[in-house]
Ligand binder design. Structure first.
Ligand SMILES: O=P(O)(O)OC[C@H]1O[C@H](OP(=O)(O)OP(=O)(O)O)[C@H](O)[C@@H]1O
Ligand SMILES: NC(=O)CC[C@H](N)C(=O)O
Ligand SMILES: [Mg+2]
Length: 508
């Protein structure tokens, strides 16, 4: 996941895009970039780092114009350490196009070869997003019937992109002198929503929080397979460009990735997390009697709504036992295992009095590599807890994700090929309670109020939990290739890339 935003306005957009990126910072911490357009000329600034660090006043002043786009990057392909792979990407023909992408292509490797041999286009990085931009540029070249470009020609190009590209992609592109284009893959795996300001400004962004937080009223979600073209006068043209679109949003958005105050595809992320706490309560009761739990403590940040609901239903006090250092970013989306491990301790500190001589139930939204859980359980014990139970609002993460979450290898997942009891031993808690897959899906679906006009959800991409890939075309070779494409991301100085092992055992 990355965060993307695009804007067409009648006023300068540099500050607006910056503000929207700050609201999407939780979706990507590795790099940030903005492009604006004034009189057909693009102005770009992108670099590694968080939004506040990347854009200084002088950079902001050099971004004039009333249309533009931006991205915060969480790398899932290519190299996290290369400035070159920060987005937006640019090509000069046709017209001049810049593009930002959230998602991950599963056929980037084949497309890259095809772009070279058939389309005669050069790709200069390992990023799948550069591949996507070049496919789009090639298709736009082919579909353009004259100048100025007509929205129908743009839609033909998107139709052809859908034919060639596989995987997940929520995309925003700016076509010089023409407008901003936004489209989503035919399964709608990654989110994209659209809003409007009182002054007529049109904004497209990954999450509704970016619209609302910058004073734009949420209008609607971009439908799976749909393309929306906003011309430079702010007129909106929309077309369904996929043959068989269906909505299968990534369920991990609701569990961890998105902000709780966002609504994605009609589902309130906050309500989904409350519901997950409710279904989790039933699982907890069947494993540990509530009378044996003195206190329920969330592992900040993302698990809080589930933990409050769980505590409420169990009738057990909810307490804050960990304080989060707000200046340390999200640990799961950091590249490299040693930096993740170190950050857990830097990020969370205990309030010892909440643990001393108590049986505590810790609640997290998910256990992926197990880095957080193992550290946290130990911290609870060091603080004097008698018994430490752990509940996860998500089921065990057992399969690689190929759609834009950085867990491409099964081997790094603590629950891969292991029983719950084995995971419990590794994490070192006294009981481990996981959500079940069906319960999770029901809980998230229940948070959709079914608003009129909303595209009905056919199901979720829950591949990291159930191994079912919604695009239906993923085989072990693809997974291996996607993994290879991402290996270069690990910091070469990172010595600790192994997965957590069973105590006193040479793990298979
Ligand atoms: O098993 P692991 O590999 O450690 O990953 C899972 C943990 O990572 C995430 O927290 P993160 O610190 O990224 O963000 P948060 O503050 O939003 O919870 C998630 O909420 C879990 O706590
Ligand atoms: N997380 C994402 O959406 C990543 C986008 C793109 N695949 C990259 O690695 O830069
Ligand atoms: Mg967390």
């Amino acid at each position: 996941m990355c965060g993307i935003v695009g804007v067409v306005s009648s006023a300068p957009v540099n500050q607006l895009i910056y503000d929207a990126l700050l609201l999407l910072q939780h979706r990507g911490q590795d790099a940030a970039g903005i492009v604006t357009q004034q009189e057909r000329k693009f102005f770009m600034h992108k670099a590694k780092g968080m939004v506040r660090d990347v854009f200084r006043t002088r950079n902001m002043r050099a971004l004039p114009g009333s249309a533009g786009l931006g991205q915060v990057r969480y790398p899932t392909a290519g190299n996290a350490y290369s400035e070159e792979e920060a987005q937006p990407f640019y090509v000069n023909a046709p017209f001049g196009i810049v593009l930002v992408h959230n998602g991950n292509l599963t056929n980037a490797h084949a497309l890259k070869a095809e772009l070279f041999s058939t389309d005669h286009r050069h790709i200069n990085t390992e990023s799948d997003s550069e591949v996507l931009l070049n496919v789009f540029a090639h298709e736009l070249e082919r579909s353009t019937r004259g100048v100025p470009l007509q929205p129908e020609d743009v839609f033909t190009a998107v139709r052809n992109v859908h034919r060639r590209v596989r995987g997940s992609y929520a995309v925003i592109a700016l076509i010089a002198g023409h407008g901003v284009l936004a489209f989503r893959d035919p399964y709608g795996i990654r989110p994209l929503s659209l809003g409007r300001g009182k002054d007529g400004t049109v904004m497209v962004a990954s999450e509704s929080v970016a619209l609302e937080g910058t004073g734009h009223a949420f209008e609607r979600h971009v439908a799976p397979g749909e393309a929306v073209f906003i011309d430079l006068e702010g007129r909106l043209h929309a077309r369904q460009c996929a043959q068989e679109p269906r909505l299968n949003p990534c369920i991990f958005e609701y569990i961890y990735l998105a902000r709780p105050d966002s609504v994605l595809d009609g589902i309130s992320v906050y309500q989904a997390r409350l519901n997950l706490g409710e279904t989790l309560a039933k699982r907890v009761v069947s494993t540990v009697p509530p009378s044996e739990i003195d206190v329920i403590i969330p592992i900040p940040e993302s698990s809080r709504p589930s933990a409050t609901q769980l505590a409420h239903l169990l009738g057990v006090p909810y307490r804050e036992g960990f304080v989060k250092n707000r200046y340390v970013g999200r640990t799961f989306i950091m590249p490299g295992q040693s930096v993740r491990k170190k950050s857990v301790r830097q990020k969370l500190n205990v309030i010892a009095s909440e643990f001393k001589d108590r049986n505590v139930l810790l609640v997290d939204d998910s256990i992926v590599r197990g880095t957080t859980s193992r550290e946290i359980v130990q911290m609870a014990r060091d603080a004097g807890a008698r018994k430490v139970y752990l509940a996860s609002a998500a089921p065990p993460v057992r399969f690689p994700n190929v759609y834009g979450i950085d867990m491409p290898t099964a081997g790094e997942l603590v629950a891969y090929g292991r029983t719950v009891e084995e995971v419990r031993q590794i994490i070192g808690c006294d009981a481990l309670i996981y959500q079940d897959v069906e319960g999770m899906k029901r809980a998230v679906m229940k948070a959709a109020p079914g608003a009129a006009g909303a595209v009905p959800i056919s199901g979720f991409d829950a591949s990291c939990f159930d191994g079912v890939y919604v695009t239906g075309d993923i085989n072990p070779d693809d997974i291996a290739r996607i993994n290879e494409a991402r290996i270069g991301q690990e910091d070469p100085l990172d010595e600790d890339t192994s997965r957590l092992a069973l105590p006193n055992a040479q793990d298979a």
